[in-house]
Design a protein around this ligand. Structure first.
Ligand code: GLC
Length: 612
C-alpha cells in the first residue's frame, strides 16, 4: 500500500511540475512572441513580474559597480559605462565580450528579461580607442545641416552597436544661453532654431528612420530635460558655478526656448529622455512632477522612459535618501542611474512601496515604459551583440572618417579674411604654432577616451598640423623658422574639460597662446588664427592683429578637414551657432537680446573668393 501512495505522490508531483513548466513555457511564449503586438507583450510580462523584478528594471548600475552574480541576484535591468569606464584593452571586441557576459547573466533570470546597456557616445563612440570622433555638437550646430547630422549619428550608432551596446545617452538638446557653462560645446547652439533643425535628425540617425533602435541602430536619449543650458551664473550645484544651476525664466520663455528640441525628439519617437541635474525656479528637475510628468508625459505624450542623471537624486532637497528617491519616482523618473549605491536604492524602493509612499501603479508605469522600449529595440529577440555589425569592419574606418572630415569642413566658420589672404596657396612656406596645432586630445575636447578628455595623442586620427603638411606636400613646406615663412598659422584655444569643471568666468586666451601670438606679431608675418575651443573666447584686444580668423570648435579625430578649407579645396559654409561676445561682461548674450551688440552675430560667417 505504502508503495502505491509513494508512486501516486511522485506521479502527482511530476504532473504539477510539468504543468508549472508548461504554464511558464506557455506563459513565456506570450511575451516572448515577436508576432504579438508590443503593448500586449508588455501587459503579459508585467503581469508575471514580482515587485522585486519590477524594481530591478528601474535600476541602472555602473559596470564597475557590480560583481559577478549581481545582475541575476538583484534582477538588474540596466548597466552603463560612465566616461572612461571601459573594459580591459578597450577594443571593440573587448566591449562585445563584456556586454555578452553581462547579458548572458540577465538572460539566466526567471523571466529572461534582457539588460539595456547605455553609454555616452556624444561625438562618436568617444570612450573607445580608434572610434571615429566627430565634431562636438557646437560644431555640428555651425553646419546648420540636418542631413549631415543624421549621417554623423548613423555612423555613431553603427560604431556603438559594433561594440554590442544598445543605448546612447545622446543627443544633448540643451540650448546654451551662457558660454561660461562648461557644457556649452554639447549644445547645438543658443537658439531653439538649431535644436528644431538638428535634434530630430540626430535621433533618426541613432535610432533608424523607423525608430528601429536595434541592429546597427541604438536607443537615443534627448538630454537634459529641461533647461540645463539656461541656468543663471552663480547658481551652480555640486561645487560648480553655473552647471546644475537654476533656470529662473518664466514658463512661457521656458517653453519657447528650451522645449522645441524635445518636441522634435518625441516626434521622432525618442526612446529615452534624461532628466537634468539643474533646477527650474528653485526646484530640482529630478523632483519636478509638473515638468517631468504633467508636461513631458502628459501634455507632450512621451511614451518612452525617463532616465535620471548620474546619482542626481542625491542632490534633491530632502532629509533622507529615502525621501529623495520617493520624490524622484513620484515626480516621474522611471529608471535610476545609481552607479554604486544601487543596492540601497532597491531596498528603499521596496520600503517605499510597502509603506505606500510609492504606488504600485507608479512602479508599473515606469516598468511598462522600460519594457516597451526593450521590446521596440528588439532586445528580447536579439539580446546579444550582433557580430555582423562588428565583422563588417567599418568601426573607425576610412569611410567613416571621411564623413567626419566632411563634418569638420562644414563646421568651420570664417570670421575674418583681410585682403582675402585665404585660401593660402599650397606653394607657401608655412610656420605653424600654437597649443592646439598638433594635439588630437585638445582638438577632440572633453568626453573623449576619458570623462574630462586629455591633451596628447589619446586616439587615432589626424591633427590640424598633420592636415596642413599633407595638403602642401610636394608643393610648399612647413618651416620651423618663422623668418623663412610666407605666412604663419596660429592654432590656439582651450584644453579639454567636461561638465561643470569647464565653468569659466573669464573665457580668456591662455598664456601659451598669447606668447604664440606675440611671437608672430613681432615677426611681421601675415597670420591666420585658428581657434580650437568649445565656445567663443574673448579676443577683442587681439583680432585687429590677425589677417584671418577661423573658428574650428572641437573638430574631433579628423583634423585634416581644417586644411581642406585653409588651402581652398573647399569653401567655408559654416555660420556661428552662438553670438561671439565683445567682452565677458556682455554674457549672457543671445540673438534677439535687447541692445544686442556682439563682436560677431549669431548666424554670421564669411566665404572665400575661390577662383572657378
Ligand atoms: C553625466 C552627464 C550625463 C551623462 C551621464 C552618464 O553626469 O550629466 O550627460 O549621460 O552622467 O555618464
Amino acid at each position: 500500500m505504502h508503495l502505491f501512495f509513494s508512486l501516486t505522490l511522485i506521479l502527482i508531483t511530476l504532473i504539477i511540475g510539468c504543468r508549472n513548466n508548461d504554464e511558464l513555457t506557455l506563459e513565456k511564449s506570450i511575451y516572448s512572441d515577436p508576432n504579438i503586438e508590443i503593448e500586449a507583450r508588455v501587459d503579459d510580462l508585467l503581469s508575471k513580474m514580482t515587485l522585486e523584478e519590477k524594481i530591478g528594471q528601474m535600476v541602472q548600475a555602473e559596470r564597475n559597480g557590480i560583481e559577478e552574480g549581481d545582475i541575476k541576484k538583484y534582477k538588474l535591468g540596466s548597466l552603463l559605462s560612465g566616461g572612461g569606464s571601459v573594459p580591459k584593452g578597450n577594443t571593440p571586441k573587448a566591449w562585445v565580450d563584456m556586454y555578452n557576459k553581462f547579458q548572458a547573466e540577465a538572460l539566466s533570470t526567471r523571466l529572461t528579461i534582457p539588460l539595456v546597456y547605455g553609454v555616452d557616445a556624444v561625438h562618436g563612440h568617444n570612450n573607445v580607442k580608434g572610434a571615429t570622433i566627430f565634431p562636438h555638437n557646437i560644431g555640428l550646430g555651425a553646419t546648420f545641416d540636418a542631413d549631415l547630422v543624421e549621417r554623423v549619428a548613423q555612423i555613431t550608432a553603427k560604431e556603438v552597436a559594433a561594440t554590442g551596446l544598445d543605448w546612447d545617452f545622446a543627443p544633448c538638446v540643451a540650448v546654451s544661453r551662457d558660454e561660461r557653462w562648461g557644457r556649452a560645446y554639447e549644445s547645438f547652439g543658443e537658439s531653439p532654431e538649431l535644436q528644431e533643425l538638428l535634434a530630430g535628425a540626430y535621433i533618426r540617425g541613432l535610432q533608424g528612420p523607423n525608430a528601429e533602435m536595434g541592429g546597427k541602430y541604438v536607443i537615443a536619449t534627448a538630454k537634459h530635460f529641461i533647461g540645463d543650458g539656461g541656468t543663471d551664473w552663480g547658481t551652480g550645484d555640486a561645487g560648480y558655478i553655473i552647471d546644475r544651476g537654476d533656470l529662473t525664466i518664466d514658463e512661457k520663455s521656458l517653453r519657447a526656448i528650451h522645449l522645441p528640441g524635445y518636441i522634435k525628439a518625441i516626434e521622432e519617437n525618442v526612446g529615452t529622455i534624461m532628466a537634468s541635474f539643474s533646477s527650474y525656479q528653485g526646484k530640482k528637475m529630478h523632483a519636478h512632477k509638473y515638468l517631468l510628468t504633467d508636461l513631458l508625459k502628459g501634455e507632450l505624450g512621451f511614451e518612452g522612459y525617463i532616465i535620471s542623471d548620474w546619482e542626481a537624486m542625491n542632490e534633491i532637497a530632502a532629509p533622507t535618501y529615502y525621501d529623495k528617491i520617493v520624490k524622484s519616482v513620484n515626480a516621474g523618473v522611471d529608471m535610476f542611474m545609481e552607479p554604486y549605491r544601487w543596492k540601497e536604492l532597491i531596498d528603499v524602493m521596496k520600503k517605499a512601496v510597502d509603506n505606500g509612499d510609492v504606488s504600485i501603479a507608479r512602479v508599473d508605469d515606469a516598468v511598462r515604459r522600460i519594457l516597451r522600449i526593450k521590446f521596440k529595440a528588439g532586445l528580447f529577440e536579439n539580446p546579444l551583440a550582433d557580430s555582423e555589425v562588428l565583422n563588417e569592419g567599418s568601426f573607425g574606418s576610412k569611410e567613416h572618417r571621411e564623413i567626419a572630415r566632411e563634418a569638420v569642413r562644414k563646421s568651420l566658420v570664417l570670421l575674418k579674411n583681410k585682403g582675402n589672404i585665404l585660401p593660402l596657396t599650397k606653394d607657401y612656406k608655412v610656420y605653424v604654432s600654437g597649443s592646439n596645432a598638433d594635439d588630437i586630445g585638445n582638438q577632440s575636447g572633453g568626453l573623449t577616451i576619458e570623462w574630462q578628455g586629455r591633451s596628447g595623442n589619446i586616439t587615432s586620427g589626424t591633427t590640424i598640423l598633420d592636415g596642413i603638411k599633407e595638403a602642401i606636400k610636394g608643393h610648399g613646406e612647413v618651416v620651423d623658422d618663422i623668418s623663412k615663412a610666407d605666412v604663419a598659422i596660429a592654432v590656439i584655444g582651450e584644453r579639454p574639460y567636461a561638465e561643470g569643471k569647464g565653468d569659466d568666468g573669464e573665457l580668456s586666451l591662455g598664456y601659451q597662446d598669447l606668447l604664440t601670438l606675440q611671437e608672430i606679431k613681432e615677426s611681421g608675418k601675415p597670420v591666420v588664427v585658428i581657434m580650437v575651443s568649445g565656445r567663443p573666447l574673448i579676443i577683442s584686444d587681439y583680432i585687429d592683429d590677425w589677417d584671418a580668423f577661423v573658428v574650428a570648435w572641437l573638430p574631433g579625430s579628423e583634423g585634416q578637414g581644417v586644411a581642406d578649407l585653409i588651402f581652398g579645396d573647399y569653401n567655408f559654409t559654416g555660420k556661428l551657432p552662438v553670438s561671439w561676445p565683445r567682452s565677458i561682461d556682455q554674457l549672457p548674450i543671445n540673438i534677439n537680446d535687447k541692445d544686442y551688440n556682439p563682436l560677431f552675430e549669431y548666424g554670421y560667417g564669411l566665404e572665400m573668393d575661390l577662383e572657378d
